[in-house]
Write a protein that binds this ligand. Sequence first.
Ligand SMILES: [Zn+2]
Ligand SMILES: [Zn+2]
Length: 369
Amino acid sequence: MPQTRRDYYEVLGVGRAASPEEMKRAYRRLAMQYHPDRNPGDASAEVRFKEIGEAYAVLSDPDRRQRYDTYGHAADGMAQGPDFGFQAAFDLFDMFFGGGGRRPTTGPQRGADLRMPLTITFEEAIRGVTRRVEVTRPTTCDACRGSGAAPGTSPRRCPQCDGSGQVRQVRQTILGQMVNVQPCGRCRGAGTVVESPCPSCRGRGLVEASRAVEVQIPAGVDSEMQVRVPGEGAAGDRGGPAGDLYLALTVRPHAVLQRRGLTLLYECPVSIAQAALGDTITVPTVDGPRPVTLRPGTQFGDRVRLPGLGAPDPRTGRRGDQVVIASVVVPTHLTEAQREGLRALFPPDGQPHPVRKGFFGNLKDAIGL
Ligand SMILES: [Zn+2]
Ligand SMILES: [Zn+2]
């Protein structure tokens, strides 16, 4: 689900090599500047505030930062956690400044994000796939259309807050004097109270329901990534927007190919004769069989690169390479004639036989890919 989201470094206005201290300073300055309590009624400030919090939450965590650097928002959209909502932005701000401005929870509430596991095959992860997943989640009640009031009745204005859903108080904070708005205790911020609750949902306005959701898994995803499906989470309270669905991916291993980032590795068993004389061998790739030419004198661990046959970058679609690693197989069962032939051609002489680069050098190269 590639999304048009701004680069986190850009959001914080720091370079890609920024130290944790620099990012902390940037977050501190911007979060103060765009705090919604300082920009009342400015919707773009709210968006910025949330964006700043999300960028800082990712970049201040070394693991998440590294994944972001590698895969960008693609990795993150498969976000390493539930969606970073306004509440999370305020929580982060509070953590940073020791309490400062929690958003009151009144009015329609966004539904919860849901997380589900999804297992796909190696090939599906490389090529991308459309899957239908059965999601059971809180859904707006049909009987009362989410109001919570029994059919034929409707919710009444809350007498406690006179329908505003809020109670106000003035308090001192790090940002100066602020009006603290708290949700009304009687109606829990709804502004209305239900006197005869809907029997289908017992006044909640939501019921559990299952539905098949079609999900596009982008090409190039890997295990431990999450794919975000906007709006397919739990329905919101009081007509609020639905949360998002996150699919936590597990990719089944391939029989012979291994993945390292965008590179696919194939360990190709070759005979002593193929290694010594060279050969053109047909090897498996995710795009089907491909010929690979081994030069005469191929050593254990020698590599041949097949450009563009690796995994795609889920962000850009650019594909990595497949790397074929020669694994020279020494025969264990020889006929008498084969033994005689080998002895005649390569008589054992009690000496070491160094190869061009050295077995251990090649082995290290092969493992250190
Ligand atoms: Zn209902
Ligand atoms: Zn009230």
